[in-house]
Design a protein around this ligand. Structure first.
Ligand SMILES: NC(=O)c1ccc[n+]([C@@H]2O[C@H](COP(=O)([O-])OP(=O)(O)OC[C@H]3O[C@@H](n4cnc5c(N)ncnc54)[C@H](O)[C@@H]3O)[C@@H](O)[C@H]2O)c1
Length: 325
């Protein structure tokens, strides 16, 4: 098999909320970034975003060759993608728009480059449908903001090659992302579905008068949510099984969990009343703190958590390397 293209040059197509954050991350990892967006002031807004994000990226660790000087902006899509090894697409979330955008990027990007889409809700099978080289198109769906939150979901479309999936996962991993392979196309990929499943029950419990809004948030963030930031539900239930681990959990505790499943709410829409209850409750919970203040609170704690996690992972690797010596 021919050696695949090394990824040094990245094109960012669309520099809104998600594209700007990806651009900041790629620059911090020492990649050459060419960004494009037709919006007026797009370049100034992008540079402002990157400057603001650089403080958190510095705290998380900039690569030795990472630099904001590696950014070039062009309003021209063809110019942006012409020399790209990987294109990260972050345009508006509209089906027909993305199909056309993918066809345009496909025509202008080197044919052995990867074209990854950040799309949260569209499938790659749809977006790649008008491409001449659809095998190199893949979903690389981040969590906001991608320069801080490690998860990226990699999903193939019907015409995507397995090699593209492998290359995308190994690229994202090489820059410190936590890439997962979603093996089948499902609406909303996976992480948003998990959020939606939990949120359905939160809304149901508020609607039923079981909890008020603040207590429903506390029930998540001061209990299971604290643990979910460290280990996933399967590994945590290994611990819930005591000495017998997950085997014991499955034998003795899976029954009660399945009983609770039968009682979960199955609502499929927000009633006007529950919407208003949640709006009132959240404003009480925010207690006058602005969105910007709440974001700062969240991000400073997130930074501490990410630093703690990467230190723990480094120590675990150092331990296993020493054991292998
Ligand atoms: N916002 C989120 O939390 C989030 C999270 C994960 C993924 N996503 C996905 O990321 C993508 C972008 O979402 P967003 O929230 O950043 O939207 P956004 O509206 O902030 O940004 C979209 C950008 O695309 C630009 N654009 C319009 N036409 C273009 C063109 N022809 N070429 C290049 N750029 C063009 C717009 O000017 C705008 O700056 C969507 O597919 C969305 O599903 C969003």
């Amino acid at each position: 098999m021919a050696k695949s293209r090394e990824i040094r040059n990245v094109a960012i197509v669309g520099t809104g909320v998600i594209g700007a954050s990806w651009a900041a991350l790629y620059l911090a990892r020492g990649l050459n970034v060419v960004a494009t967006d037709p919006a007026p002031n797009a370049e100034a807004n992008l540079r402002r975003y990157i400057d603001a994000a650089w403080k958190d990226l510095t705290a998380l660790g900039i690569s030795p060759n990472g630099s904001r000087d590696l950014l070039r902006f062009t309003p021209d899509l063809k110019d942006a993608v012409a020399g790209a090894d990987l294109v990260q697409e972050n345009g508006p979330e509209r089906k027909d728009f993305k199909i056309k955008l993918f066809a345009d990027m496909d025509a202008a990007a080197p044919k052995d480059s990867i074209i990854a889409s950040s799309s949260s809700g569209l499938t790659m099978s749809v977006m790649q449908s008008a491409c001449k080289y659809p095998e190199r198109c893949v979903i690389g769906h981040p969590f906001n903001p991608p320069h801080m939150v490690p998860l990226v979901e990699v999903v193939a479309g019907a015409q995507t090659s397995p090699e593209t999936v492998e290359r995308a996962i190994s690229f994202y991993t090489s820059i410190g992302k936590r890439a997962i392979h979603v093996r089948k196309e499902v609406v909303g990929h996976v992480a948003n579905r998990l959020q939606a499943a939990l949120y359905r029950e939160v809304v149901y419990l508020i609607e039923q008068g079981v909890l008020d809004v603040a207590d429903s948030d506390a029930a998540v963030c001061w209990g299971p949510g604290l643990r979910w930031g460290l280990m996933g539900p399967n590994l945590l239930f290994h611990l819930a099984g005591g000495e017998g681990g997950i085997q014991h959990f499955m034998e003795h505790l899976s029954g009660p969990v399945a009983t609770w499943w039968k009682d979960l709410g199955t609502i499929t829409e927000f009633s006007p009343e529950v919407k208003q209850t949640i709006v009132n409750g959240v404003l009480r919970e925010a207690n006058g703190r602005s969105i910007a203040e709440l974001e700062r609170e969240r991000d400073s704690m997130l930074l501490e958590l990410l630093t703690t996690r990467s230190k723990a992972e480094e120590e675990a690797h150092a331990g296993s390397d020493a054991a292998a010596d």
